[in-house]
Design a binder for this molecule. Structure first.
Ligand SMILES: O=P(O)(O)O[C@@H]1[C@@H](OP(=O)(O)O)[C@H](OP(=O)(O)O)[C@H](O)[C@H](OP(=O)(O)O)[C@H]1OP(=O)(O)O
Ligand SMILES: Nc1ncnc2c1ncn2[C@@H]1O[C@H](COP(=O)(O)OP(=O)(O)O)[C@@H](O)[C@H]1O
Length: 289
């Protein structure tokens, strides 16, 4: 992502420089720049703009559900999430600290205050994978369904797509790959893209892949058992330490719930299919390390 002027932001705040994908101020839509994630430098929180209409409501509802101790969810279509599913999902997501209102680009806006899951790292390597076989949600209009369907046909074949990565290397060098680069891969070549990301620590590809497979197992277990949620256009964010003097500390966090729906007792087979394929890709890569 290009760096963008911080003009128009409240004092202290900057655009979050480690944002990989999603709405970003370098993109102009209908004559206005999009609003991306914000951060006060040095803090362990990021602020994610609440999206318009039902998308924002859905994401806030799910984070409120996860941060509440009981089933007192304010959103009617998430109220029935099974407690064990909610508990498991909570462990796979960033902490939510509430809503903050800020003036950005002269408009009063709401932001979700979230744990910055990259803040513990000296040189974070960060990858965003969009999961699921279908990336339009059940309420999408026909033109959006079609746009999403033809955007990247391998999504239906693999159940995942690389949205991009950032690797902080020595000497403050940052290596960036974007979603157009991600779209250059299909089911026959995606391992090349994944290999590039998981190779941030010289000669430690095998160790990094092993850690990723362990973390992925927990997420796979969640999707094998949970019947409370269906996720569309949601992502897995991989983060690990690129500084070889520090432990690998690989984490996988589920993010982006603006198209998350309550499920009437069905598993999310499209997301699970993506995890199973991803696991297969990583296992194959491990065999040749
Ligand atoms: O379909 P569009 O044009 O509305 O834009 C998509 C966004 O929808 P929105 O503008 O928020 O309604 C869409 O946002 P949501 O997932 O709907 O929040 C994505 O940003 C999508 O990009 P990609 O599939 O992640 O590469 C965006 O797709 P691209 O335009 O980047 O292909
Ligand atoms: N909790 C988090 N900690 C660190 N980075 C995050 C977090 N949530 C999102 N991000 C970053 O922001 C990007 C966009 O987030 P996402 O929720 O997908 O936004 P959008 O709804 O605009 O698509 C991700 O690719 C990731 O880099």
């Amino acid at each position: 992502m290009d760096s963008v002027s911080n003009e128009g932001l409240p004092d202290e705040y900057q655009w979050f420089s480690d944002q990989i994908a999603g709405h970003h101020p370098s993109v102009i839509k209908n004559g206005k720049r999009e609003i991306g994630l914000l951060k006060i430098p040095g803090s362990r929180e990021i602020l994610k703009p609440k999206q318009d209409a039902s998308r924002g409501e859905k994401e806030v509802a799910i984070y409120k559900l996860l941060s509440s101790s009981s089933s007192s969810c304010p959103s009617s279509d998430l109220r029935n999430g099974k407690p064990e599913d909610v508990e498991m999902l909570r462990k796979l997501t960033a902490n939510f600290y509430g809503i903050r209102r800020l003036f950005v680009d002269d408009e009063d806006r709401e932001f979700l205050v979230l744990e910055d899951v990259t803040s513990d790292y000296r040189r974070p390597a960060i990858l965003d994978l969009k999961m699921g076989q279908v990336t339009s949600d059940p309420l999408a209009k026909a033109d959006k369904v079609e746009k999403e369907r033809i955007k990247y046909p391998p999504q239906a074949v693999m159940g995942c797509r690389i949205l991009g990565y950032r690797i902080h290397r020595d000497n403050n060098k940052v290596e960036i790959r974007d979603k157009e680069w991600g779209k250059s891969f299909d089911e026959t070549t995606i391992q090349d893209g994944l290999c590039e990301f998981f190779s941030a620590r010289d000669n430690e590809l095998k160790e990094v892949l092993e850690k990723a497979l362990i973390e992925l197992e927990t997420i796979k277990h969640f999707f094998e058992t949970q019947t409370s949620f269906q996720f569309f256009a949601s992502s897995l964010l991989f983060v690990y330490e690129g500084d070889v003097t520090l432990p690998i500390n690989l984490k996988i966090i589920m993010i982006d719930f603006s198209h998350a729906f309550f499920s009437n007792g069905n598993r999310d087979e499209g997301y699970l299919f993506g995890i199973q394929n991803l696991e297969g890709f990583l296992q194959d890569m491990l065999k040749i390390c």
